[in-house]
Ligand binder design. Structure first.
Ligand code: HEM
Length: 416
């Protein structure tokens, strides 16, 4: 990786080269235009915030609203999502699109059901799912780790946690596949998949109300705050956002994480030695470092100024969208020593990969559990895991918010 010279003009963003390796462009922006107004591929103008200190401040600033009604250009209202109006309004009312006091109330309710304890108790099932997926391709000696592993793992995990019966989970795999394959592409199939998934969840919630179980959906229905409960619509929107927020992120945590380890053999050997010795510490710091180094969420979700905001010497006007570039902030040399180096034992590592402030990732404990289980099991069961193609042949998805590989072809000799 090489830095762009400082006398070059502003780098072009959102190109194919940028999708492959955005870090040199981010280094240039941090240095020369840390709060930078740019035109996005959708034609919408937005501010990109790339320094760590500014990013942290912006993520916690109550004047930067998450509610799209504050967007001056209102592209959401113009139907660019391709999802019909009424359904869209319903889908858009979720944690990531609302401000206090509504956000505070909904987050408190969901936190009662989605507890760290529920996640900890789920560990054996995540291990079982991980082993089952590896069993299915281990004998072949080759696999596409995105399609065969990183993609199905979080879908089955979240479905199980929510209480979606096993026999219905492959439908979710298909719907989610449609959503991830066509992200940014033809919209009809995506809208249809979203509709089916949303319809299924509404029906499931209805059923669980009469016949509750020990699952997260039943927990969402039970949760109450001063006698107030989630409505069925709110519970369905919540279940949907848990699936949506916890799916592609985890696919990319595993994909980007394995890829980074394959590109850094000395770090990977270090982790394998530590796992073989039964240690867990390097695995725990290692997952955090992989999130910092090449995390799944390149940009935090949209924010809109409700008052003029001074940020990094720029004046952000009312209605302007602000995009906090987590991937750039997490490589800021003002905050991280030697930021372009992958160091699995990095301890001073308050990265922004899970965001910051009131919208901090609700699913972080589950993501950590899945990430740690996936990486530890892959490296232990497929110890000689290697790329099956030249790195230059790999393609990145190139969406705006997420960063992840389309495929990750590998070869290996399985043990056990
Ligand atoms: C919020 C990252 C996995 C559920 C967020 C945010 C980030 C993030 C950066 C804040 C976005 C913002 O402020 O604009 C990640 C990463 C993950 C991951 C890197 C995996 C490695 C999950 C999982 C779930 C989940 C597994 C649930 C099953 C959520 C929810 C929010 C959120 C519900 C919204 C919280 C709120 O607005 O109060 N996540 N996430 N995430 N995440 Fe995650």
């Amino acid at each position: 990786m090489h830095d762009l010279p400082s006398d070059t003009p502003a780098p072009s963003l959102f190109t194919w080269e940028f999708a492959t390796d955005p870090y040199p462009a981010y280094a240039w922006l941090r240095e020369h235009a840390p709060v930078h107004r740019t035109r996005l591929p959708s034609g919408v103008d937005a501010w990109l915030v790339t320094r760590y200190a500014d990013a942290r401040r912006a993520l916690a600033d109550p004047r930067l609203s998450k509610n799209p009604v504050h967007h001056a250009e209102q592209p959401h209202a113009k139907g660019k999502t391709g999802i019909p109006g009424e359904r869209r309004a319903e889908l858009m009312t979720h944690l990531l699109n609302i401000d206090p006091p509504d956000h505070t109330r909904l987050r408190r309710l969901v936190s009662q059901a989605f507890t760290p304890r529920r996640v900890a108790e789920f560990a054996p099932r995540v291990q079982e799912l991980t082993d089952g997926l590896i069993d299915a391709f281990a004998a072949k000696g080759e696999a596409d780790l995105i399609h065969d592993f990183a993609f199905p793992l979080p879908i089955y995990a979240i479905c199980d946690l929510l209480g979606v019966p096993r026999e219905d989970q492959d439908d979710f795999r298909d719907w989610a596949g449609m959503m991830i394959r066509h992200g940014g592409g033809p919209r009809g199939g995506v809208a249809r998949s979203v509709k089916r998934m949303r319809g299924y969840l509404a029906e499931l919630i209805h059923r669980k109300r009469d016949d509750p179980g020990d699952d997260l959906i039943s927990g969402l229905i039970r949760a109450s705050d001063d006698g107030e409960h989630l409505t069925e619509n709110e519970a369905a929107a919540m279940a949907f956002i848990l699936l949506f927020a916890g799916f592609e992120t985890t696919v990319n945590l595993v994909g980007n994480g394995v890829y980074a380890l394959l590109r850094h053999p000395e770090q990977r050997r270090r982790l394998q030695r530590s796992l073989a010795a039964g240690e867990t510490e390097l695995l725990a710091t290692g997952i955090e470092e992989l999130l910092r180094y090449d995390g799944p969420v390149e940009l935090a979700t949209w924010r809109y100024a409700t008052e003029p905001v001074e940020l990094g010497g720029q004046r952000v006007a009312v209605g302007d969208p602000v995009l906090v570039v987590l991937a750039a902030a997490d490589r800021d040399p003002e905050r991280f020593a030697d930021p372009d180096r992958l160091d699995l034992s990095r301890s001073d590592n308050k990265h922004l990969g899970y965001g910051h402030g009131i919208h901090y990732c609700l699913g972080a404990p589950l993501a950590r559990l899945e990430g740690q289980t996936a990486l530890a099991t892959l490296l232990t069961r497929l110890p000689d895991l290697r790329l099956a193609v030249d790195p230059s042949d790999l393609r990145w998805r190139g969406g705006l918010i997420m960063r992840g590989l389309r495929t990750l072809p590998v070869q290996f000799t399985a043990v056990r």
